[in-house]
Design a binder for this molecule. Structure first.
Ligand code: ASP
Ligand code: MG
Length: 426
């Protein structure tokens, strides 16, 4: 008998049929004698719907009330999932985040988990129940309902797995696992069997929208091994764990494309202390998230600074930059959207050379122009024209030999799974 934490995302519980599908899957594990804790998200689209609803009554609702509202999305699914299980003759009890003992700080809409006292979870498990916990929510020390930031149900699952010392933590979603590139856009991708936390973190923050980046950080910190797999079939997924020697043999693990970026260049910036600080503190004060930053070598006492941001933030960024350009005595600035960030990720890069050369050669052979370059220990990113990004990703993907050696990717072929799944040895 094992204690298993399973998390089902919004698409997996998107309608009553899918909730019954989840219940059937959960019941198989329960019947095999395992203790199962299930974390569910709100039904797909529900959180967005609630946000839009709030805006209709008040364009600037307080964050406390936002949390109160958004938490209802998950509260709906826990009750429905428990009901579906009960209907199949499986004892199940739903718990809100607060009832499950998830205590957070008081930062509404992006609270951090401070502590978990899962007394009631244990009690209900020991009495033979499946315990269904609302993802994405907790309770502050002052007794307010809080939420953990978008995608926060992942965090609920990882944190519960850590504190319950679960033997398995499975993150069920609508894809089979993590692929070497987005299989809907790049041909011949392969599902990755095993990834390190750091690689998953890079891929998650690069827009491979499989998981909330914060929950991957949490898993790394507490050593929670987890598996990303599909709720629509019984295929094995991708295991994410601490890196090991064999992971390093693979130089590049995956390729990601982050579309909808914009590039801002401030030209003729006086090359003296404090100028960059002035520019970027103004942007930070406006809560604008800056990504890549490149400063040129200076010529005749002036330099150019280029940075990228999300396309949606460009209008706001312009408002901040206009006065700053004048204030620091820069010559002018230009802004351009319609660009993408294309990255290759792999911990093997630490010990293997030549990755940049291979990547740039592949891009040039595909006729893709590189506009900016940035690197980290396990990642190389380039900025390219959005129109050429997928073509570039395909070229890079093939150049690193990531093309599938096994079965090609097939999109979800519907709800399968009458056979009992094997317990992944994690
Ligand atoms: N329902 C929340 C969201 O849409 C949390 C989650 O799904 O993980 O962001
Ligand atoms: Mg999600």
């Amino acid at each position: 008998m094992a204690l298993i934490v399973q998390k089902y995302g919004g698409t997996s519980v998107g309608d009553p049929d899918r909730i019954c599908n989840v219940a059937r899957r959960v019941s198989r594990w329960h019947k095999e004698g395992h203790q199962v804790v299930v974390v569910v998200s709100a039904m797909s689209g529900e959180t967005d719907r609630l946000i839009a609803l709030a805006r209709k009554v008040n364009p600037e609702p307080t964050e406390r009330e936002m949390d109160m509202l958004l938490a209802t999305g998950e509260q709906t699914t826990i009750a429905l999932t428990a009901m579906a299980l009960n209907g199949m003759g499986v004892p199940a009890v739903s718990l809100t985040g607060a009832q499950a003992g998830i205590q957070t700080d008081g930062i509404h809409t992006k609270a951090k988990i401070a502590n978990i006292t899962p007394k009631r979870v244990h009690e209900f498990l020991d009495a033979g129940n499946v315990v269904i916990v609302a993802g994405f929510q907790g309770e502050s020390t002052t007794g307010n309902i809080t939420t953990l930031g978008r995608g926060g149900s992942d965090l609920t699952a990882i944190a519960l797995a850590a504190v319950l010392k679960a033997s398995v933590c499975q993150i069920y979603t609508d894809v089979d696992g993590v692929y070497t590139a987005d299989p809907r856009k790049v041909r011949n991708t392969t599902k990755i069997a095993e990834l390190s936390y750091d690689e998953m973190l890079e891929l998650a923050s690069l827009g491979a929208k499989v998981m909330q980046a914060r929950s991957v950080e949490f898993a790394k910190k507490f050593g929670v091994v987890f598996e990303v797999r599909s709720s629509f079939n019984d295929n094995e997924g991708t295991i994410i764990r601490e890196e090991n020697k064999s992971m390093e043999h693979v130089v590049v693990r995956g390729v990601s494309v982050q579309p909808d970026q914009a590039k801002v260049t401030i030209a003729g910036v006086p090359d003296k202390p404090g100028v960059a600080a002035r520019i970027f503190s103004s942007l930070a004060e406006a809560s604008l998230n800056i990504d890549m930053i490149v400063q040129n070598v200076s010529l005749a006492g002036t330099t150019d600074i280029t940075f990228t941001i999300n396309k949606d933030d460009l209008a706001r960024a312009r408002k901040v930059i206009d006065p700053v350009v004048a204030e620091v005595g820069a010559r002018e600035y230009t802004a351009k959207d319609g660009i993408s960030k294309l990255s290759v990720v792999g911990i093997g890069m630490r010990s293997h050379g030549g990755v940049a050369a291979t990547m740039f050669r592949a891009l040039s052979e595909a006729g893709v122009n590189v506009q900016m370059i940035s690197t980290s220990e396990i990642k190389i990113s380039v900025v390219v024209d959005q129109e050429t990004a997928i073509q570039g990703a395909q070229a890079v993907h093939d150049a690193f030999g990531l093309e599938s050696k096994g079965k090609p990717f097939t999109p979800n072929a519907g709800i399968a799974g009458a056979t009992a799944p094997a317990l992944a040895a994690t």
